[in-house]
Ligand binder design. Structure first.
Ligand SMILES: *Cc1c(COP(=O)(O)O)cnc(C)c1O
Length: 372
């Protein structure tokens, strides 16, 4: 049995081989230790400046993680308890968690069949709910193809748009980056993300001065100044100096890492073109290949076959948000046919910077032999 030899298994992710930036990361950590400043110091300030510049926005406010980014962004744009937030149900419950933390109500919109991101055509039917915000998740690293249409609809209805960019750092359309299209862009720097720290981290980017200043208050107890609690909904959600220093050291490599991911995706797409698999909608710069997700009808057999060939797979995500047990949901089963069908057929294949050419060949071989 090949999969009994751990060394032989092609993993979903391996952080060690990702870091061409290892030396600069070590230097960055040392600089923090020497500065003896660990929270909201110079590293955070500099990372925020560079990341805002990278995204092409006026502001970046760093935070403790990506879920806080979503929650505090929703608060900053005025989402309050009982109000509706429109979002897709196939994006791992992160947006739903943020909405629920506020006591607001997620209302799920079906997704586009081809890209598996929020469908603009489905939005207008839900205008009557007077939604307080829309969350667009650039799932798997794919900038939502309908984003501009969604933005136009939201603008016409005066609804803020939150981009969930936790899988899409650096994705580009025209000259614009993920996060710079909507009212607020939310990022996670969890270690496996396209830009990942050595622990938890997150940020928002925005062009709005007022939203940025609210976010700075919300991440620190709602303080306007020290010990003055001016804004409700605040908490402690700060990125620490060590993570900021690491992220700043890694940021210059992000575009290159994304290009490496895209190369792997392009090899898979070419090798699978004749197979009965649904492939990612784009291999261009609007896709940063956070995950390479195929859709296959006999998923269990497909995964078993790959496992026996020593190839790891995963499912992002198996249970749609409206069927999760934690919160009862008014939207019934069958309410979101495209979402539900996607959750039953999606499979992620290993795709990360640092995967070897041999490993990619092994994944390709294993997938092709499944189809005989
Ligand atoms: C990872 C992720 C998040 C949450 O980020 P954390 O830092 O883990 O809280 C939110 N949305 C999406 C799409 C993600 O992939």
């Amino acid at each position: 049995m090949r999969n009994s030899h751990l060394v032989d298994i092609v993993p979903m992710f391996r952080s060690k081989r990702q870091d061409q930036s290892d030396a600069s990361v070590q230097e960055a950590i040392n600089a923090v230790l020497e500065s003896r400043q660990y929270v909201l110091g110079n590293q955070v300030k500099q990372f925020e400046e560079r990341f805002a510049e990278f995204c092409g926005t006026n502001h970046c406010v760093s935070l403790a993680n990506g879920t806080d980014a979503l929650e505090l962004a929703l608060r900053a744009v005025g989402v309050t308890p009982g109000r509706f937030v429109l979002l897709a149900a196939n994006a791992g419950f992160y947006g739903s968690t943020a909405v629920r933390l506020i006591g607001a109500v997620p209302h799920y919109i079906d997704i586009d069949q081809r890209s598996l991101t929020l469908s603009a055509g489905a939005l207008d039917a839900h205008r009557g709910l007077r939604p307080a915000a829309v969350i667009v998740t650039h799932l798997y690293g794919q900038l939502a193809p309908d984003l501009e249409k969604i933005l136009n609809w939201a603008e016409a209805n005066d609804i803020p748009v939150i981009e969930d960019c936790a899988q899409a750092h650096g994705a580009t359309r025209g000259s614009k980056r993920a996060g710079s299209f909507g009212t607020v862009g939310c990022f996670s720097f969890y270690p496996t993300k396209n830009l990942g720290g050595y622990g938890d981290g997150g940020a928002i980017v925005t062009n709005e001065d007022e939203t940025a200043s609210k976010m700075k208050q919300l991440r620190q107890y709602g303080w306007s100044t020290k010990y003055v609690n001016a804004l409700p909904g605040g908490r402690n959600s700060r990125l620490d100096e060590i993570q900021a220093a690491i992220l700043r050291a890694k940021l210059p490599y992000l575009d290159k890492c994304n290009a490496l991911r895209r190369e792997v995706a392009a090899r898979y797409a070419a090798a699978f073109a004749d197979l009965p698999l649904m492939l990612p909608v784009s291999l261009e710069e609007d896709y940063v290949a956070h995950l390479f997700v195929v859709r296959v009808s006999d998923r269990n057999a497909f995964r078993d076959h790959l496992k026996n060939a020593g190839v790891s797979t995963d499912i992002h995500y198996p249970i749609p948000d409206h069927q999760q047990a934690a919160y009862p949901c008014d939207q019934p089963r069958d309410a979101l046919p495209v979402t539900e069908a996607a959750c039953e057929s999606v499979v992620s294949l290993p795709c990360f910077p640092g995967i070897s050419s041999d490993e990619v060949d092994r994944v390709i071989g294993a997938v092709r032999t499944f189809f005989g």
